[in-house]
Write a protein that binds this ligand. Structure first.
Ligand code: NAD
Length: 260
């Protein structure tokens, strides 16, 4: 379905981004992986994706907290492959604290990585996608792009901003062959969430398993985690012909979280 296409998935050395990159590669797209981590582990991820799916895969370690680096990632990809078809803005970080104790540097880092990176990536990618008359931009927002929780001022602000950005870009590219949508996951068991489970366990002096149950019971009616592979499937759907007229919207994959 995606043979001959080129996709960038930011923050794809781990968790959700890796699940999305694997699904796009399975469908035949060449992949630019991005994200931090141990160099030999990243090389293993890259070579596994390339070998298992018979596509070209490379890793670019651009730091998504830096606007210029994001723009360079897009430009370098267009230079290397001669095209860019799919941009998945997925890199993200979390930090929790009450608003009056929220460290300004953490606020800025979350806004930079979870929101501004998508702006810089989209701004650089859209002209190329317009020229191709086909492009898919998928912003990995969150249930927290639609509703709030305590202690997540920066994250909720960034993710709501990302859903807003999605609407604007959907409008500006409408009819051009380019679509822009957000996917809003509920809880996914990745390193980003493991830390929050550990924090609950430590705060409440309960086991990891009890803390996991509490985390799910508080927000996610299905009482089960969303998987990175399921999110890969949602992104693949948005890249399919069936989704040609879906743009500027946010699709929840959250076990019922935001239905409440
Ligand atoms: P994760 O921690 O497993 O992965 C984050 C990825 O982003 C990693 O590859 C990491 O190296 C990369 N990254 C972090 N800072 C970066 C930077 N400055 N430059 C480049 N790469 C950077 O997290 P995850 O849970 O897979 O989260 C992925 C996205 O999904 C995030 O945007 C997150 O907000 C969102 N999300 C996660 C959940 C969840 O429950 N895990 C729920 C909703 C939304």
């Amino acid at each position: 379905m995606l043979k001959g296409k080129v996709a960038i998935v930011t923050g794809s050395t781990s968790g959700i981004g890796l699940g999305i990159a694997q699904e796009l590669a399975r469908l035949g797209s060449d992949i630019v992986l991005n994200g931090f981590g141990d160099a030999s582990e990243i090389e293993k991820i890259r070579s596994d994706v390339q070998r298992e799916h018979g596509v070209r895969a490379l890793h670019d370690g651009a730091d998504m907290s830096k606007g210029e680096a994001v723009r360079d990632l897009i430009e370098a990809t267009i230079e290397r492959f001669g095209r860019l078809d799919i941009l998945v803005n997925n890199a993200g970080i979390q930090f929790t604290a009450p608003v009056d104790e929220f460290p300004p540097a953490k606020w800025q880092a979350i806004i930079d990585i979870n929101l501004s990176a998508a702006f810089h990536g989209i701004a650089t990618a859209v002209p190329q996608m317009r020229r191709q008359r086909w492009g898919r931009i998928v912003n990995i927002a969150s249930a927290h792009g639609l509703v709030a929780s305590t202690h997540k001022a920066a994250y909720v602000a960034a993710k709501h901003g990302l859903v807003g950005l999605t609407k604007v870009v959907g409008l500006e590219t409408a009819g051009s062959g380019v679509t822009c949508n957000a996917v809003c996951p509920g809880w996914v068991r990745t390193p980003l969430v493991e830390k929050q489970i550990s924090d609950i366990a430590a705060d409440k002096h309960i086991s990891q398993k009890q803390a996991t149950n509490e985390l799910l019971a508080e927000k996610q009616p299905s009482l089960d985690f969303v998987s990175p592979a399921q999110l890969g499937g949602a992104v693949a759907f948005l890249c399919s012909a069936a989704a040609d007229q879906i743009t500027g919207t946010a699709i929840s994959v959250d076990g019922g979280w935001t239905a409440q």
